[in-house]
Design a protein around this ligand. Sequence first.
Ligand code: EPU
Length: 335
Amino acid sequence: MTEFDKSLKEYNTFGLDCTAREYLELHDESDFDYVCKKYAERGALLVLGGGSNTVFTNRVFEGCVLRVCNRGISVVKEDDTQVIVRAAAGEVWREFVLWCCQRGYCGLENLAAIYGTVGASPVQNIGAYGVQVADLIEEVEYLDMSCGAKKRIKAADCDFDYRFSRWKKANKNELIYSVSFRLQKKFVPNLSYAAVANNMSEKEREALTPLAMCNLITKVRNSKLPDVATLGNVGSFFKNPVVSKEQFEALKAKDETIVSFDDKNGVKLSAAWLIEHCGFKGKRFGNVGMHEKQALVLVNYGGASGREIVDFASLVKETVLQNYGVNLEIEAHLV
Ligand code: EPU
């Protein structure tokens, strides 16, 4: 079952040419024992879903990659108002969202057209257009690779925060194999995001369905974010940084156009704005650059190495720190 010296080029949306020393795939529960054995042998496994948030910084990854490929979507429970839908971790996120919207199961439509898999969605708590996946998750089912037990954990115990969960920093023994979502049958569109609301006529708003919302979000995303098939990327490369109210006031006094959002810990700044105002938007440096339509998205123009990406990201980070005194944190997972 284990493959050796396996190219990961097709398994990461940056299109990086990295070779994994060892590689295996999880297709169904009959693979659990083998995965646990491998975990015991290697100490750790690098779990890969759609590879849309992973940056391979070296040509060779010396460890063992486990790609989660299990499939299946089912309704676990439903009544007149709600439905619990369970999806295997290996399901493609954007297809799963469409599946739900087509059946009138509401809640995920603002998360349409995001790359990656269902299993990766809780890890970084994916979010867009005023919705984060943590708000829709009922529970996460995982294999405890250290003992072979199948376990489940409620959303309230997953330490969810902005692009954060219990799996970001620790719990590497937990392999997510399915996620259950609590969705609604009555559609209440979330139009909190100006870019979404402004993209719609009054008539469109009245006739809105989950599927129409899903299509609209897809259109908005496609207008700004590059298609990974033509321009490798991992979505937002950095997180939007949170600063104190005092620091924000000082920055605003220098440039009142600075873009910000309320946050429970202070003021959240638009990293895209900061990067754009440091002159990086649409600028190419060798094989990499920040996207011309969304300055937060680092793109691979072709042939970039992981090292080139890391060096360029450091330049962006240092420049933002020098010009604004703000520390950008990388959102993508560097390995
Ligand atoms: N802006 C700029 N320059 C740019 C782009 C944006 O100044 O080049 C300013 C604009 O004023 C814009 C504001 O920043 O109104 C916000 O931009 P956008 O709506 O594109 O959102 P974002 O804060 O840059 C976040 C998420 C995205 C998500 C969008 C939409 C993070 C790290 N990123 O980006 O998520 O799609 O909001 O909700 O929070 C991802 O995580 O990979 C991702 C794409």
